[in-house]
Design a protein. Structure first.
Length: 274
């Protein structure tokens, strides 16, 4: 027979706290507490049986907790399949970062094979989503390499007005400077210290502040007085490059026409002097 347990039995802290010998590995804990010391309201072991205040079973654990801490409320659902009770493998939770507001963040926390745990994804109360970062500055902020079969941007002509062709594109491209570089380490930076940048890998690209002087439409400028960083919208450079190639091809075609005319004239003059 399965039983629902209600009481104040101590339960191991999630994120690495060790369980006591009297609670080897519960299948389900439901906590509701006003501080960081958790008290179980509802608990099941991995066989669904509770006996003499101890948990039978050594694998499988689910914990539902509500903690009211000085830095905000934390509610989470924790999963563990590890033989060591109280060590979470993955956690889904929400954090109310300010007791005086309704704003809350939804986080996804996982532990890797070496035992190190960290928040891998977060949905901020503002709506920004961070993957690999807990401080997303954009609607989707990915710290690392992402893969997609396609990125789609609205480009319907019926949505656009004041359309004019890009002029002097080749001259603008000549002002751009492609560079090779390495990212600064966190200790070397004065801004962007929360960014996870591969400092050990060689890079190729542009300097956003330099591009801003030539193609300001392609640059994201941080708010004045903030510690934000400049960014590039690389796709904005594609139309400029297309028009630059067309200008260059027109120049090549004109030069080829002049060469052909000179060749004809030279051939005619050679024939006269024979």
């Amino acid at each position: 027979m399965r039983r629902l347990i209600m009481g104040s039995l101590f339960s191991a802290a999630v994120f690495g706290g060790a369980a006591t010998s009297s609670e080897a590995s519960p299948l389900l804990d439901i906590w509701n507490t006003s501080n960081t010391t958790a008290a179980a309201d509802f608990r099941f072991d991995n066989t669904g049986v509770f006996s003499d205040g101890s948990w039978s079973g050594s694998y499988g654990q689910i914990e539902i907790a509500n903690r009211n801490q000085t830095n905000g409320n934390v509610e989470y659902l924790s999963f563990s399949g590890n033989a060591t009770a109280g060590y979470s493998s993955a956690v889904i939770g929400t954090v109310n970062v300010n007791h005086s507001t309704y704003e809350g963040d939804l986080f996804f926390w996982t532990r890797n094979s070496s035992g190190t745990g960290a928040t891998k994804m977060i949905v901020k109360g503002s709506g920004n989503v961070g993957i690999g970062t807990t401080a997303p500055a954009y609607i989707l902020d990915v710290a690392g390499t992402a893969r997609a079969t396609a990125w789609i941007t609205p480009s319907d002509g019926r949505l656009k007005k004041d359309v004019v062709e890009i002029s002097d594109a080749l001259a603008a491209v000549k002002q751009l400077r492609g560079v090779r570089y390495h990212w600064r380490t966190v200790d070397e930076r004065t801004v962007g210290r929360t960014l996870d940048l591969p400092a050990d890998q060689a890079q190729i690209g542009f300097i956003a502040q330099e591009v801003e002087k030539v193609v300001p439409e392609a640059v994201i400028v941080p708010a004045q007085g903030s510690d934000g960083v400049y960014g590039l919208k690389m796709e904005k450079l594609i139309p400029l490059l297309v028009e630059a190639v067309k200008e260059e091809q027109a120049q090549i075609a004109d030069q080829q026409h002049q060469i052909d005319q000179l060749r004809v004239a030279l051939t005619a003059r050679t024939a006269v002097h024979r």
